[in-house]
Design a protein around this ligand. Sequence first.
Ligand code: ATP
Ligand code: MG
Length: 403
Amino acid sequence: MATFTRDTEIFRNEDMLREDYQPDSITAREDEISTYTAALQPIVNGAQPRNIFLYGKTGVGKTAVSRYLLKQLQRDTEQYDDVELSVCWLNCTNLSSSYQVAVNLVNQLRPADDQISTTGYPQQRVFDILYEELDQIGGTVLLVLDEIDHIGSDDEILYEIPRARSNGYLSKAKPGVIGISNDFGFRDDLSPKVKDTLCEEEIHFSPYNAPELRAILEERVAGAMYDDAVDDAVIALCAAIAAQDTGSARQALDILYKSGEIARTNSEKRLTEEHVHQAREKLEQSQVEHGMRELTKHGHLALVAMLQLAFEQETPARIRDVYPLYRRIAEGSNVDPLVRRRMHDHLADLAMLGILDRQMKNEGRAGGHYYQYEFDVDLDIVGDVVRDFDSIALPKGVTARIE
Ligand SMILES: Nc1ncnc2c1ncn2[C@@H]1O[C@H](COP(=O)(O)OP(=O)(O)OP(=O)(O)O)[C@@H](O)[C@H]1O
Ligand SMILES: [Mg+2]
C-alpha cells in the first residue's frame, strides 16, 4: 500500500484555509466596504486621493478587504483614460521607523537591480528619492502601509507623503496613503498633525459576531472541503468559539483547518464537534508555547526557576521562594540578575500570558497580602520550550526531567 495517497475525503483545496489565501469575495463587511468605497471615490473621479486609516483588532478583515477593494478599484478605473492608478503595498512588520518605511517604498518602486541601501542616507534625502520615484510613476499612487503601528512614534512619513504635493515636492504624482493597524494605542498616540492628515477618513473594523463568522466559514468551506466532510453544527461551533474569544475570522478559519487536520490524521471522513474542541485546545497550546519562546532572557530565567519548583512539588510558590532560585540560575548562566521587584514583574507577565496562574493570598490581620504562582499549562509543554534555551545553564533538577 502506498504511504501517500491524495486526500479525497476532507480537503478539496486546503490552500483556501491558509493565512495567505486571498478570498474572491468578502462576506459580512457591507458597511465597511461602503465607507471604504466612498473614501476611494475621488480617485475614480481623477481627483486627489484621500488618506485613509483602517483600524480594528487582529483577524477582522482589514487586509483582506483592502486587497479585495483595491483590486476592484484597479479594474474599474482602467476604463478611464485620465486615471493612472498604481498601488504599492508595503507590510511594515519589521520596519521600526519612517526612514525604513521610506527606503522600503523606494525599493519596492524600483527595479530589483537598482535598489538603495537601507542605511547611510540622511532622512530627507530618502524622502527626496521617494518623491522622484513617485513622480516618475506619475498619476495616482496609493501607498498601502499595512501593520503601520510598527513604526511607533517615528511617524513623520505619515504627514510627509500626504503633504508632499502641496509642499511642491511632487508635480506629476498624486499620492494617497492608506494606513492599516490593529494597535489602538498607535492610533491614539499619533501626533496631532499626523492625525489630521492620515486620518482624513477613518474606518473602524469591529470584531465579527457568530453569525458573521459562520457566513465567512460557509463561504470558504464550499471550496476548501468536501461537502460530506463538514456539517452545519461543526461550522457553527467553530464560529461560536471564535466569536466568544476574539471575533477574529483568522481564529475561526484556523480552528476549522486544524479540526480537518485532526480528522484526516485519524482517517475519519467527517469532522465532529470533538475534533473542533481538540483543535481549539491544540491551537491554544501552540499559542502559549509561542508566547513562552518569545519572552525576554529574564522571562526565560523566571520560567526555568518556576519549572524547577514545580518539579520539586514546591508550587504554588511566592516570590521569596522563586527569587533566590532565579538569581542562582541567572548567575550560573552569566546573566546579571534583576532586583526582586523587577523580577516579580516578569512573573506577573507570565501570569498575564496565561502561562502561570496567580493568586492573591491574605496572611490575616498581621501579614498583609502576597501573590503565589503556579503553572497554568502542561509542564511537558514548558519542558519542550525550556529544552531549547541554549544560553541558560539549566539546573540539574530540570534537565533530568526534560531530557
Ligand atoms: N469578511 C471576510 N470575508 C472573507 N474572509 C475574511 C473576511 N474577514 C477576514 N477574512 C479572512 O480571515 C483572515 C484574517 O483576515 P485579515 O488578514 O484581513 O485580518 P486583519 O484585520 O488584516 O488582521 P491583522 O490585524 O492581524 O493583520 C484572512 O484569511 C481573511 O481572508
Ligand atoms: Mg492584516
